[in-house]
Write a protein that binds this ligand. Structure first.
Ligand code: COA
Length: 368
């Protein structure tokens, strides 16, 4: 029988720097009242110059591994879902793999915009169910503040930086990820995009002058799409898990707009307090919003072992999806992890490997 993919560790990392609506009102023509009423956001976190998508992802990953008491050397798979990767390539996941010393793990990035964490969770769970992978790390990480046009009040009020991570481990007992729905509709690709810097419009002086390296968004249309798909995906995933909406202890939606979450809750016919909401403090952190909200829900006692939980999101692509899980927690009897030690050891190992590569190049291939 296929094993189940249990969520045994979770961790989050957000920058210390807070940008409030009042701060934004100093930069663009907006107000705290407008932003709060239309979005539910009060403040968001902004990465420092030293922080990047990979550094936030690494911090969240080490916390999740510590929670799961899993040595990174035992990881088979790392997926980083991100809309703001460190580079086009190499994958941000490879940078994380090196920094945590997960020397056995295959690592890749998954781009499905804000739905990325749900897609990544499902792909990792399927890998575990296949029997080839015993433990996986799934991360949602963003520094969207670097893709935002700070002169565009339509977008700069919405986004924030942060990362969240889950550890998934195989176990024959029923639990963990029970079902997932993944959907997309590329006919809406123009509604939310970063058009410049890819192979279609490589970065030139002109693309930079046009601002194509910034997020472009048709907000009203994205809003309408989001309110339509959230309930549909949730209901389908819940049915596939052979549960009913009444069985669900908590819904953790993508934190994009409070009004979208309220409309989705109405369509699902669930009271709004069954949805976990922390948009007020972080804004829209894209792929990181669901794992960050999950970490806080556990911390606040809203999500407990055994609870059936729905994760639901939508984003550019267009993409949308939902996943149903039975929350697990760390497997009993495992030894506590030491993330600081992992970090130092991984750094030393990486430096040594780089040095050996240089020595190889100097001595072994000097005839070329
Ligand atoms: N401050 C003050 N006024 C603003 C503003 C701001 N930050 N942004 C827009 N406005 C103005 C508009 O110019 C418009 O003025 P007008 O009527 O004079 O033309 C008015 O407010 C209403 O704009 P509208 O775009 O209809 O507002 P809205 O209620 O749809 O809210 C969003 C705008 C962006 C908050 C909302 O559409 C939204 O959240 N959409 C989804 C976006 C999203 O989730 N993206 C990420 C997906 S993962």
């Amino acid at each position: 029988m296929s094993p189940y993919a249990h969520i045994t560790g979770w961790g989050m990392a957000v920058p210390e720097r807070v940008l409030t609506n009042h701060d934004l009102a100093q930069i663009v023509d907006t107000s705290d009242e407008w932003i709060l009423e239309r979005t539910g956001i009060r403040e968001r976190r902004i990465a420092s110059d030293e922080q990047t998508t990979a550094s936030l992802a690494t911090d969240a990953a080490l916390k999740a591994l510590e929670m799961a008491r899993l040595n990174p050397a035992n990881l088979d798979l790392i997926i980083v879902a991100t809309s703001s990767p460190e580079y086009i390539f190499p994958a941000t996941a490879c940078l994380v793999q090196d920094r945590i010393g997960a020397n056995r793990a295959g690592a890749f990035d998954l781009m499905a915009a804000c739905t990325g964490f749900i897609f990544a969770l499902n792909i990792a769970a399927q890998a575990i169910r296949s029997g080839d992978v015993r433990s996986a790390l799934v991360i949602g990480a963003e520094t969207l503040s670097r893709l935002v046009d700070w002169k565009d009040r339509n977008t700069c009020i919405l986004f924030g930086d942060g990362a969240g991570a889950f550890v998934l481990q195989a176990d024959p007992q029923r639990g963990g990820l029970l079902s997932a729905v993944m959907r997309s509709d590329g006919s809406g690709s123009d509604l939310l995009s970063v058009p410049g810097g890819g192979s279609r419009h490589p970065a030139t002086l002109e693309t930079v002058e046009q601002g194509w390296h910034y997020i472009q968004m048709k907000g009203r249309e994205v809003f309408r799409f989001a309110t339509r798909v959230m309930a549909q995906a949730t209901q389908e995933a819940v049915e596939n898990a052979q549960l009913t909406m009444e069985d669900i202890a908590i819904i953790i939606p993508h934190q994009a707009n409070m009004r979208i979450i309220e409309a989705a809750a109405r369509s699902m016919r669930v009271p709004i307090d069954r949805c976990y909401v922390n948009i007020e403090s972080y804004g829209n952190t894209s792929t990181a919003s669901i794992p960050i909200a999950a970490c806080e829900a556990v911390q606040n006692g809203r999500l407990k072992p055994g609870d059936p939980v729905v994760f639901v999101g939508f984003g550019a692509g267009l993409t949308w999806g939902a996943a149903v899980a039975q929350w697990t927690g760390p497997f009993p009897g495992t030894r506590p992890g030491l993330p600081v030690r992992y970090r130092i050891y991984a750094r030393l190992r990486s430096l040594l490997k780089r040095l050996l590569r240089r020595i190889d190049a100097l001595f072994l291939w000097s005839d070329d």
